[in-house]
Ligand binder design. Structure first.
Ligand SMILES: Cc1ncc(COP(=O)(O)O)c(C=O)c1O
Length: 464
């Protein structure tokens, strides 16, 4: 096993002697798992059929759908969920990382119950909202913050703010990077390779129905490509937005020195650097990814893990940029912004997401990554493990994935098999092959053993 040169706060273990898989066999195994899936999920199928009559695809967000139908959940507690077919499932998705606390963590529940004694929505300033803003600024090391209701709103306002602050209009983003569904940020979120063009100078591929304006797309971990775009278009570019660690194409780590140089280039060309920490956030460590990785962006966007599972998000950063709101150059609105329920979630997470608690979860994550790497090694599987904070994944490639094109070259067939194998045996990872597992504050040794033993059984099946 060897580790590769990525940022020292991250994990990537590459086993030494991989052997190819028999793809025909994997196809057979996958077919068999889909048959198994249909046999175990009859009530989910019926539920999906009924829901799809009143809501497209039968889901509230297109991310929740997979063909032929997703499973339907009735309840969740701690690290476990129950589906409509009566199955108990180990949740390793944890609301795409939003439920870092674990489902129904008593501190979250209590804070919310307490806040309901005082009201649900004031749409006026309140000490509750001021207190939550102070907590966020202190924890994430930022001067000022504004609350929103979703990651999409946060990235929309952060990029708009950068435009107003700099007086420039263009955005630069990473190919394959997802930042919510605001028009310019959907550009090249997951383009087809046919549309994507040259890997070192990718096309900007828009989504149907969007009006993105000028968006330049660059490959992750490629400083030459970034500098070229900055040099040629500095007078147009307001901001560069990226996840410091990409967490929407499994987990893709920054090369050693990449983020440091990104910071330098943004300063050199007068471009606002935005770290989208909607997914990293507290899952990266108790002060978020930026501080963990030692790079200070100009603005951050946060959501998911900051609120204990309630819908709350925010954007914030340097005072001189946030003051574009103070001085009236940019307005920021939202009826539900800073509502007491959401602020209770923030307060609860501020109490629970301590360095000690997150280090314990990260230790369990590292144990899972290490044991799974040993299994990959033992069965000579063409895969490796990647992790950051309390998140981890198996990437079906024998070499490091450094950008979107590397990710597109990974083995999606066996990744799908691995996901479905787990689902059929009571372990739910996010719907889609782009995600990662999350070890929440509710997961413990037993849950890690379930994850690792399941992987071991799958390795046996793949090599039998
Ligand atoms: C990195 C990143 N940014 C922004 C968003 C959008 O967040 P939301 O779904 O809360 O709008 C997401 C959602 O998954 C995300 O992963």
């Amino acid at each position: 096993m060897y580790t590769t040169k990525a940022h020292k706060e991250t994990y990537r273990f590459i086993p030494a002697n991989p052997k190819p898989l028999n793809t025909a066999k994997v196809a057979d195994l996958l077919d068999n798992e889909w048959l198994n899936f249909k046999l175990r999920t009859g009530i989910s199928e019926k539920e999906s059929y009924l829901a799809s009559k009143v809501t497209p695809l039968g889901v509230a967000s297109s991310f929740q759908h997979w063909a032929p139908y997703p499973i339907s959940i009735t309840s969740a507690n701690g690290a476990w969920m129950q589906d409509v077919d009566g199955r108990k499932l180990l949740d390793l998705s944890m609301g795409f990382g939003a439920v870092l606390a674990g489902h129904l963590h008593p501190v979250v529940v209590n804070e919310i119950k307490e806040s309901l004694n005082d009201g649900m929505l004031f749409v006026t300033p309140s000490p509750i909202t001021r207190d939550a803003a102070e907590r966020i600024c202190t924890r994430f090391g930022i001067d000022m913050v504004r609350f929103t209701n979703s990651g999409t709103e946060s990235t929309m306002y952060a990029t708009r703010l950068a435009k107003v602050f700099t007086g420039k209009k263009a955005i630069v983003k990473i190919e394959g990077g997802y930042h919510g569904s605001f028009d310019p940020l959907m550009v090249s979120a997951k383009p087809t390779l046919k549309d994507a063009g040259d890997p070192t100078s990718p096309n900007s591929v828009s989504q149907a129905g969007t009006e993105p304006g000028t968006v330049f797309v660059v490959p992750y971990n490629n400083l030459d490509a970034l500098e070229k775009v900055f040099r040629e278009h500095a007078s147009e570019i307001a901001c560069f937005i990226l996840e410091p660690v990409l967490e929407n194409i499994a987990i893709v780590l920054p090369d050693e020195g990449y983020l440091e140089k990104v910071r330098e280039l943004c300063d050199q060309y007068n471009i606002v650097l935005i770290f989208d920490e909607v997914k990293t956030g507290l899952t990266a460590g108790h002060q978020g990814a930026a501080q963990r990785l030692g790079i200070k962006p100009d603005l951050i966007t946060i959501a998911k893990s900051i609120g204990g599972g309630v819908p709350v998000a925010a954007f914030g950063g340097k005072k001189e940029i946030m003051e574009s709101i103070t001085n009236g150059n940019m307005a920021h609105f939202g009826t539900f912004n800073g509502n007491p329920l959401a602020m209770a979630g923030i307060r609860a997470m501020d109490a629970i997401a301590t360095k000690k608690n997150l280090e314990k979860a990260e230790k369990l994550n590292l144990q899972a990554l290490t044991r799974i790497t040993e299994i990959i090694e033992e069965y000579e599987l063409p895969a490796h493990t990647v992790g950051f904070g309390v998140k981890g994944c198996v990437t079906w490639s024998t070499s490091p994935v450094r950008n979107y094109r590397d990710y597109k070259a990974t083995d999606f067939q066996v990744a799908e098999f691995s996901w479905l194998w787990s689902l059929n045996r009571g372990i739910i990872t996010p719907p889609g092959l782009d995600e990662q597992w999350l070890i929440s504050l509710a997961h413990d040794q037993h849950e890690i053993d379930v994850l690792v033993e399941n992987f071991q059984e799958m390795a046996v099946a793949l090599r039998s």
